[in-house]
Design a protein around this ligand. Structure first.
Ligand code: NAI
Length: 292
C-alpha cells in the first residue's frame, strides 16, 4: 500500500481548514481549495495563527511549524489537485453539491487517488455513484476542531475496497487519531446519536421548559458533557445540524428526527452559530471561542 504523501482538501470552512492544518503539521503536502477567495484568505490567516499557537504552547517544534506552513498551498482552482494522493471533501452538507464536486474531481485527479468525504451524514455509497471509482471512495469524518479532537469515524460505502479502507485508517492513526468504523447508514454512529439530543434540546427551549442556559448547564453538570447541546449546536453550525437532521429524517423515516421548528427558524434568520456571531447565543456576550 503506497503511503499518502499529499492531500487536497476541498472547502476551506471550519472543517476543511482544520483538516488542512492537521495534515500539514503531520508532514503531508496540502492543497486547500475553496471557490470563495475571501474564505480561502481567512483560512490561510487562521491556520498560520493556529500553527504559531501550537509552536508557542510547545506542542510542535519551531521547525515543524515552519515546515507545516511551507507545505500548505491555497487555491481557487480544483485543477491544482492533479497529483494529490488523497482528496478530503469538506464542503456544504448537500448530496447534490458534493456529487458535483466528486464528478469534477474524477476528471482531475490521478487514477490511484482516493476520494474521501468528511460528510456528517450523507451516504458514501450514493456519493460514490458520481465517480467511476467506487472502490476508492470512503467517508473520513473528522470531529470539530480536527486538530484537537481525537476521533475519526470511517465509513465504507457498498463498494469501498479493503485497500482504500486500510490506507485511510493508517493515515488517520499516523495523525494521532483513534478510528471507529461505521457502516453506511444515515448519520453513521456519532451524529445518529448526537443530533436527536441537540434536536431535543431545541424542543425543550422551544416549548418553554427551560432557558438555554439551564438546558446547557443541566447537560454539562448533570451528565458530564464538556459543552451543552445548544452551545455545541452553535459550535457545529445550525445550518450543518439542520442538514444532518434532514438526512436522518429522510433516511430513517422516523418523526423523532424531524427538525425542531425553532432550529429551522434560526437557520432561516441566518443565525448559524459561532461562525456568524449569533446562533442560540449571541457571541458578543456569550461563551468564549474555542481555539484549535
Ligand atoms: P463551512 O460552512 O464552515 O464550510 C464549507 C466551505 O465549503 C465554505 O467555505 C464554502 O465556501 C465551501 N464550498 C461550498 N461549495 C463548494 C464547492 N463546490 N467547491 C469548493 N468549496 C465549496 O462548513 P463546515 O462546518 O466546515 O462543514 C463542511 C463539511 O464537514 C460538511 O459536510 C459537514 O457536515 C461536515 N462536518 C462538519 C462538522 C462541524 O462541526 N461543523 C463536524 C464534522 C463534519
Amino acid at each position: 500500500m503506497a503511503e499518502i504523501r499529499s492531500v487536497g482538501v476541498v472547502g476551506a470552512g471550519q472543517m476543511g481548514s482544520g483538516i488542512a492544518q492537521l495534515a500539514a503539521v503531520n508532514g503531508v503536502d496540502v492543497w486547500l481549495h475553496d471557490t470563495d477567495a475571501e474564505v480561502l484568505g481567512r483560512a490561510q490567516t487562521s491556520i498560520s495563527k493556529n500553527i504559531q499557537r501550537q509552536v508557542s504552547k510547545g506542542s510542535i517544534s519551531q521547525d515543524n511549524g515552519a515546515d507545516a506552513i511551507r507545505r500548505l498551498k491555497f487555491t481557487t482552482k480544483l485543477s491544482d489537485f492533479h497529483s494529490v494522493d488523497l482528496v478530503i471533501e469538506a464542503i456544504v452538507e448537500s448530496e447534490d453539491v458534493k456529487k458535483g464536486v466528486f464528478a469534477q474531481l474524477e476528471k482531475i485527479v490521478k487514477s490511484s487517488t482516493i476520494l474521501a468525504s468528511n460528510t456528517s451524514s450523507i451516504s458514501i455509497t450514493r456519493l460514490a455513484t458520481a465517480t467511476s471509482r467506487p472502490g476508492q471512495v470512503i467517508g473520513m469524518h473528522f470531529m470539530n476542531p480536527p486538530p484537537i479532537m481525537k476521533l475519526v469515524e470511517i465509513i465504507r460505502g457498498a463498494d469501498t475496497s479493503d485497500q482504500t479502507y486500510d490506507a485511510v485508517r493508517c493515515l488517520a492513526e499516523r495523525w494521532g487519531k483513534t478510528v471507529i468504523f461505521s457502516n453506511d447508514y444515515p448519520g453513521f454512529i456519532v451524529n445518529r446519536i448526537l443530533m436527536p439530543m441537540i434536536n431535543e434540546a431545541f424542543h425543550t427551549l422551544h416549548t418553554g421548559v427551560a432557558t438555554k442556559e439551564d438546558i446547557d448547564t443541566g447537560m454539562k453538570l448533570g451528565t458530564g458533557h464538556p459543552m451543552g447541546p445548544l452551545e455545541l449546536a452553535d459550535f457545529i453550525g445550525l445550518d450543518v445540524c439542520l442538514s444532518i437532521l434532514k438526512v436522518l429524517h429522510a433516511g430513517l423515516g422516523d418523526n423523532r428526527y424531524a427538525p425542531c421548528p425553532l432550529l429551522v427558524q434560526y437557520v432561516d434568520a441566518g443565525r448559524l452559530g459561532r461562525k456568524r456571531g449569533i446562533g442560540v447565543y449571541n457571541y458578543s456576550t456569550g461563551p468564549k471561542e474555542i481555539k484549535p
